[in-house]
Design a protein around this ligand. Structure first.
Ligand code: AMP
Length: 363
């Protein structure tokens, strides 16, 4: 596993449960996945000696975040199986490439323009209109590296604030809902799609996921078909997520993640197979597991913001026998940092959501 965050941790747990041994490469001595691994290689993702060791020790390597340099995946591929491949990761790790690839393949997105210099901003604004969002092309996540701008002057100021690095300017969409599809695709091109998830964000960070999503059957089907078409076009092998906006009753793709996704954490307790077991299965060439939903569910992210006076009140949460808590073993709680999540399983999604919100506030 390249990367030692919570996604790598949950993959590691799934893999070890299934009898595999796991080596994690991550520079952080206290990484959530490193704590769970058979071997933690503490090194940078570009450390050639460490990559060689990883590739020679492992039968197969995957990744848990998109910012692994594609060159590192190529290096690893000289030694062992690597999935997803470097080409797919290279497309989605850069917003400019991702947006251009989506538009070039006929997938609907919010109106956007690439910004490679300050001089591009005026023309870009005529494409997007105002308000617009300026987003850095690389390494932005959870709403970081994004600024809402209402004029050319504001766009210039935001661009300079980001150090004049390549950006994408996007039209600000009036969102009716946000939804996502997490899927797995195997070597033979077979896909297993988890049910459509409805997502609510707070300050650009995922707050709550609700499944089944409260959208029409035809829109849900369209989202699933689109996600599958994206995976097919990328020739993708592994688990990936496609995030959508719904505006004016239409779907637009916001982002693709070449890995399991926060909005798929509900699968840990609510599906026959969870997204991390599915990642193990796809990586190891096993048949993909059944993605069927067993219960309506609401997932809530637990952020570091909740740690101010001695930590959250877990007893309140654990008093409920239909709530499942997952903590990531992170040592320092910082505002906005994802420390864990919980899943509420209930007879219907409205009851699950109600209890989820009550518990989020009680923490
Ligand atoms: P991102 O990191 O690009 O996925 O953005 C994080 C969140 O910000 C999204 O899930 C949306 O809630 C919001 N957002 C991002 N882009 C737009 C947009 N073009 N219009 C409206 N809201 C957006």
């Amino acid at each position: 596993m390249l990367g030692g965050g919570q996604l790598g941790r949950m993959f590691t747990l799934a893999a070890r449960t299934m009898g595999y041994k796991v080596m994690v490469l991550d520079p952080d001595a206290a990484s959530p996945a490193g704590q769970m691994a058979d071997v933690h290689l503490q090194a940078d993702y570009t450390d050639l000696a460490a990559l060689k060791k990883l590739g020679e020790s492992c039968a197969a390597v995957t990744t848990e975040f998109e910012n692994v340099p594609a060159a590192s995946l190529n290096e690893l591929a000289r030694h062992c199986r690597v999935a997803p491949g470097a080409e797919a990761v290279a497309i989605v790790q850069d917003r400019s490439h991702e947006k251009s690839w989506l538009a070039g393949n006929g997938f609907a997105t919010a109106p956007f323009a690439l910004v490679n210099s300050e001089a591009d901003l005026a023309a870009a604004l005529t494409v997007t209109g105002t308000p617009a969002l300026l987003k850095v092309a690389r390494l932005g996540y959870d709403g970081k590296g994004q600024a809402r701008v209402g004029s050319l002057d504001e766009a210039r100021a935001a661009y300079q604030e980001f150090g004049s690095q390549p950006c994408v300017l996007e039209g600000f969409v009036r969102l009716e809902r946000e939804v996502s599809v997490v899927l797995a695709r195997d070597d033979a091109g077979q896909c297993a799609l988890f049910p459509l998830a409805e997502n609510r964000h707070d300050n650009g960070i995922l707050d709550v996921t609700i499944v089944p999503a409260r959208v029409s059957g035809s829109l849900a089907q369209q989202a699933c078909d689109t996600a599958r078409a994206v995976a097919d076009k990328l020739g993708y092998v592994g688990v990936m997520a496609v995030e959508f906006f719904i505006a004016g009753g239409q779907l637009m793709i916001n982002e693709i993640a070449p890995r399991p996704h926060n909005s798929g954490h509900y699968t840990l307790d609510a599906c026959v197979t969870d997204q991390f077991e599915q990642q193990v299965r796809a990586l190891c060439g096993l048949p993909l597991g059944d993605p069927r939903l067993l219960s309506p569910v609401a997932m809530v992210n637990i952020l570091g913001d909740r740690w101010h006076d001695g930590g959250p009140h877990w007893d309140t949460l654990l008093a409920h026998t239909n709530i499942k808590l997952h903590l990531y073993g992170k040592q320092a709680a910082r505002p906005g940092r994802k420390m864990g999540h919980f899943n509420v399983l209930d007879t219907d999604v409205e009851s699950a959501l109600q209890l989820a919100e009550r518990m989020r506030n009680a923490l």
